[in-house]
Write a protein that binds this ligand. Structure first.
Ligand code: MRU
Length: 377
C-alpha cells in the first residue's frame, strides 16, 4: 500500500532479522504510524485479539506468520504439541473471519508432512510468505475484475463522477496489500475514472472514519466520511451508484458476514435498485457453511467499545464516555447479509452471482462439505 512515497505491506519479516514479524499497529491510525515487532505466538495473539491487526485477509496472513513464530519458538522436545497448541490459541482469537482458521489449517497440514524440526521451520516460513503473497495477488486481481463495473458505470454516466459507498475497512489495511473492496476503486482511480467514495464511519470502532479515510487520503482518492445512518438517504437521492463491501466469511451459497451494519446498507441498496457488490478473495469463502444466518458465529466484543468513543486530543489518543455510565451496551461485531441482497461477488478469478451454482462454477475445485469437522479438540 502507498504510504507517502513508500510502498508497504501490512505484515512482513524484519529486513535484518527474519525471527521478527513486523506489523502496522492499526490502533494508532490515522493519528500516528506505528510499526510493531512480534516475536512470540503470545504477542501475535494479543495483536489479533486487540486489533493491532484486523480485517479478514490480514488476520489470515497474521495467523500464517503466527505459525512460523510457533515453529521457531517450539522446544525440540514436544515440538508438535507446541505447534498444535499454538494453532488452537491463534484460532481462538476471533471467531468470524474464516481466513484465520484456514491459514492455521494450511500451515498444520504442511508442517506435519515433514519430519525434522528444521524442515518444519522452513516449511512454516515458506507457507507464511506464500499466504501473504497470494493474498496480495488475489486482491490485485480483484481490482482488475472489479474495475470493469466502475468503468461501465462511468460510461453510463457520460464520464460524470461515479459515487461508490463502502462500509468498514476492506482496504489495504484489512489485507496484505490493495484491499478487496478498495482494489477496484484504486484501479479505477489509476485509470483516470472520475470517482468519489462515501465512507461509512462504522461505529463502534470507526474503521471507516479512521482507516478507510486514512488510506484514501494516502492514495488521494476523493472521499467523504458519513455517519452510519446516512447511506439510505444518499441512495434515495441518487447520490450512490454502487456499493462495494468486503466480507469476513461468505458461505458457498452466497450469504455474507461482514461488519455490523452491512445488512442495512444492502437492504437500502435493494430498495433503491443500486448494485451491491461484495469483493473477496476465494480464501474468504467457507466451503462448509450453507446457511449464513444459522451457522456463522458472530463475534461479540466488549461493551466499552460502544460506551466510549476514542479520538485524538492534545497530541494523545483518548477515550470519552458517550452514554450514561449506568446504561448497558451490546457490541455485535458482524451481521449476515443474505445472498438475495447481493448483486455479485468480485473475486480474483472474476465476477460471479451470489448463489451456489455460480460460486461453484467459478471455483469448481471446491466441493461443498456441509458437515463441519472440528479439526482441533
Ligand atoms: O472487525 P474487523 O475490523 O476485523 O472487521 C473486518 C472488517 O474490516 C470488515 O468487516 C471488512 O469489511 C471485511 S474484512 C476484509
Amino acid at each position: 500500500m502507498k504510504i507517502g512515497e513508500k510502498h508497504y505491506r501490512t505484515i512482513w519479516l524484519k529486513e535484518d532479522n527474519p525471527l521478527i514479524v513486523r506489523i502496522i499497529d492499526q490502533r494508532y491510525l490515522p493519528y500516528d504510524f506505528v510499526i510493531e515487532d512480534l516475536q512470540t505466538v503470545d504477542e501475535l495473539v494479543v495483536a489479533i485479539k486487540d486489533m493491532h491487526v484486523r480485517g479478514a485477509g490480514l488476520i489470515g496472513a497474521a495467523a500464517g506468520f503466527g505459525m512460523y513464530l510457533a515453529a521457531i519458538n517450539a522446544p525440540k522436545k514436544g515440538f508438535e504439541k507446541f505447534i498444535q497448541d499454538s494453532g488452537n490459541q491463534i484460532i481462538a482469537t476471533r471467531p468470524t473471519a474464516v481466513n484465520l482458521i484456514w491459514a492455521v489449517k494450511r500451515q498444520l497440514k504442511l508442517i506435519n508432512k515433514v519430519s525434522s524440526c528444521q524442515n518444519k521451520i522452513e516449511v512454516a516460513l515458506k507457507t507464511a510468505q506464500k499466504i501473504a503473497d497470494e493474498d496480495a495477488e488475489y486482491c490485485k486481481n480483484i481490482g482488475k475484475h472489479g474495475v470493469k463495473i466502475i468503468e461501465d458505470l462511468s460510461v453510463k454516466k457520460n464520464g460524470n463522477t461515479v459515487n461508490i459507498l463502502t462500509h468498514c475497512n476492506a482496504g489495504s489495511l484489512a489485507f496484505v496489500d490493495y484491499g478487496s473492496a478498495t482494489a477496484p476503486i484504486y484501479e479505477a482511480f489509476e485509470r483516470g475514472i472520475t470517482l468519489h467514495v462515501w465512507v461509512d464511519e462504522t461505529r463502534p470502532r470507526n474503521q471507516g472514519a479512521r482507516l478507510t479515510a486514512w488510506e484514501l487520503n494516502e492514495y488521494q482518492v476523493p472521499h467523504t466520511v458519513i455517519s452510519d445512518n446516512t447511506g439510505g438517504h444518499l441512495m434515495q437521492h441518487g447520490l450512490v451508484d454502487m456499493v462495494i463491501v468486503g466480507t469476513d466469511r461468505t458461505t458457498y451459497t452466497g450469504d455474507v458476514a461482514n461488519k455490523i451494519g452491512t445488512y442495512l446498507k444492502a437492504l437500502a441498496a435493494k430498495d433503491n435498485n443500486i448494485p451491491f457488490y461484495v469483493a473477496l478473495p476465494s480464501t474468504t469463502f467457507d466451503w462448509e457453511m450453507k446457511d449464513g444466518l444459522k451457522e456463522i458465529s458472530i463475534e461479540e466484543r466488549g461493551e466499552r467499545e460502544v460506551k466510549y468513543i476514542e479520538g485524538f486530543i492534545d497530541g494523545k489518543i483518548k477515550e470519552v464516555l458517550l452514554t450514561p455510565k449506568e446504561s448497558r451496551c451490546v457490541n455485535y461485531a458482524f451481521d449476515v447479509t443474505p445472498a438475495r441482497l447481493v448483486t455479485g461477488f468480485i473475486t480474483e478469478r472474476g465476477i460471479c452471482e451470489a448463489n451456489e451454482q455460480s460460486i461453484l462454477a467459478m471455483f469448481p475445485e471446491h466441493k461443498p462439505r456441509p458437515f463441519r469437522l472440528q479439526p482441533f479438540n
